[in-house]
Design a protein around this ligand. Structure first.
Ligand code: ZN
Length: 185
């Protein structure tokens, strides 16, 4: 999500597990093996971001600030892209607000989305090209199409993660391949 962009609320479903054992046995069952996420659960927010970033295949990297999301917070991340033109830049970076319940894949997808915002060219001539390629109306507002662009980027370069977070319809496999060749080669 970019600054000023629409806030997307993500409801995270809590997985519940019920353990049942045969009450007729004299001995209780051994404790279940540690959950596969236990190592993940012990990582702090920056360490989770560092681990999740390894799942993003695009070579672009920017300074990243990661912290736990405040309880009740809905913002997953923000990008602070560089201005148009050559360096020096004014502290371009991304900020990621990690929810303890997010999996490594979910977090990687959020990071890829923000890296997509950072990758976006600031050339105004790019806008009609993107809108046409995505079959979006010429009057589509920037808060919609920049999220569409970031989600295409995250779909291409993030981990496989079945969620589309832009207010548009995600591309199918064929369209995705065409977008990759044209805009992300
Ligand atoms: Zn975004």
């Amino acid at each position: 999500m970019m600054r000023r962009a629409t806030v997307v609320v993500v409801a995270l479903a809590a997985a519940m597990t019920t353990v049942v054992w045969d009450a007729g046995k004299a001995e209780p069952p051994p404790p279940p093996p540690p959950a596969a996420t236990s190592a993940w659960a012990q990582l702090d927010a920056p360490a989770r971001c560092a681990s999740a970033t390894a799942l993003v295949s695009h070579r672009d990297r920017w300074p990243m600030v990661c912290r736990w999301r405040e309880p009740g917070g809905v913002l997953q991340g923000q990008s602070f892209p560089p201005p148009t033109g050559p360096p020096p830049y004014d502290d371009p970076h991304i900020e990621i607000y990690v929810a303890p319940s997010q999996t490594r894949e979910q977090l990687a997808s959020v990071i890829a989305h923000e890296l997509g915002h950072m990758h976006l060219t600031r050339d105004p001539a790019f806008v009609p090209e993107w809108l046409t390629a995505r079959n979006l109306a010429a009057a589509t507002t920037s808060d919609v199409w920049v999220e569409d662009y970031a989600e295409v980027f995250a779909t291409l370069f993030g981990p496989s993660y079945d969620r589309w977070r832009a207010p548009t319809t995600g591309p199918g496999p064929d369209e995705l391949a065409r977008l990759r060749a044209r805009f992300f080669a």
